[in-house]
Design a protein around this ligand. Structure first.
Ligand code: HEC
Ligand code: HEC
Length: 204
């Protein structure tokens, strides 16, 4: 191997190691400091079945979602790499610290972070391709990957369609979504929504 190739191999190994390490290195968020900001969020995320208007689908449940994934999502909205007019507006002026704090606040109320286990695992053959990352029960195996169990069916369908048409870009999930057959999008959304897991976050 030439030195260059070796360097590339080492860099690739590091990237993979980073992508699979359980927790990114971050300062702890302060739930108390995130409270005021969190109230704004609950105006939509804290109301059962609250809908996004166009297109119509339910606002995603955050109760029990991994805090580290909430941070990743907010950073995406802030950087405009993940697009949604309302969420872009919510995130645009947030500092790193505010993102950490509001994620800590949201994680501190309502549902406990959903723990893996508690069922026999995926008993639906089409979902087996998803378990390596989203877990046996739809509870993600890595804190920066989203838990799907119990999420709103229409939101899951919307998210899968967005990866498939490229309007939500993500190198990992985009590649996965491209492999799903058209008729399985709705089937997979229905399956993961049916599992025990996420809840609508309520303020105390
Ligand atoms: C006006 C309603 C509204 C408000 C207020 C709002 N959100 Fe959202 N939020 C949404 C909608 C709709 C989506 C789904 C957008 C999409 O499809 O990407 C979303 C998506 C998210 C996601 C991604 C969830 C996932 O599963 O990927 C996170 C995290 C989030 N919001 C956090 C927040 C936080 C934190 C606040 C407060 C600072 C907030 N939201 C305020 C409507 C709202
Ligand atoms: C190699 C790992 C991997 C596999 C396998 C995988 N996903 Fe994902 N998935 C991810 C990552 C990473 C994200 C978050 C991407 C982002 O930030 O937009 C994601 C996001 C999602 C979301 C959006 C959740 C939300 O809250 O917005 C859905 C829905 C989803 N995946 C469904 C599936 C389904 C269904 C399968 C199986 C057909 C699958 N995934 C297979 C890694 C994976």
């Amino acid at each position: 191997m030439t030195t260059n190739k070796k360097l590339v191999a080492v860099a690739a190994a590091l990237l993979i190691a980073n992508a699979f390490s359980a927790q990114p290195a971050r300062a702890e968020g302060d739930a108390e400091a995130g409270k005021d900001l969190g109230y704004t969020c609950l105006g939509c995320h804290g109301i059962d079945g609250y809908r996004n208007a166009y297109p119509s689908y339910r606002v995603p449940k955050l109760g029990g979602q991994k805090a580290a994934y909430i941070i990743v999502a907010l950073e995406g909205y802030r950087a405009n790499t993940r697009q949604h007019p309302t969420m872009n507006a919510q995130a645009t002026s947030l500092s790193d610290q505010q993102i950490e704090d509001v994620a800590a606040y949201l994680a501190s109320i309502g549902a406990e972070t959903v723990a893996a286990g508690g069922s026999d695992g995926v008993n639906f053959v089409k979902a087996q391709a998803c378990t390596a990352c989203h877990g046996n029960n739809g509870v993600s195996v890595n804190a920066v990957w989203p838990t799907l169990a119990g999420q709103h069916e229409d939101y899951l369908k919307h998210a899968l369609s967005s990866y498939r048409d490229g309007s939500r870009g993500d190198p990992v999930m985009g590649a996965q979504a491209a492999l799903i057959a058209d008729e399985d999008v709705a089937v997979l959304a229905k399956y993961f929504a049916s599992l025990d897991g996420l809840e609508t976050t309520k303020s105390e």
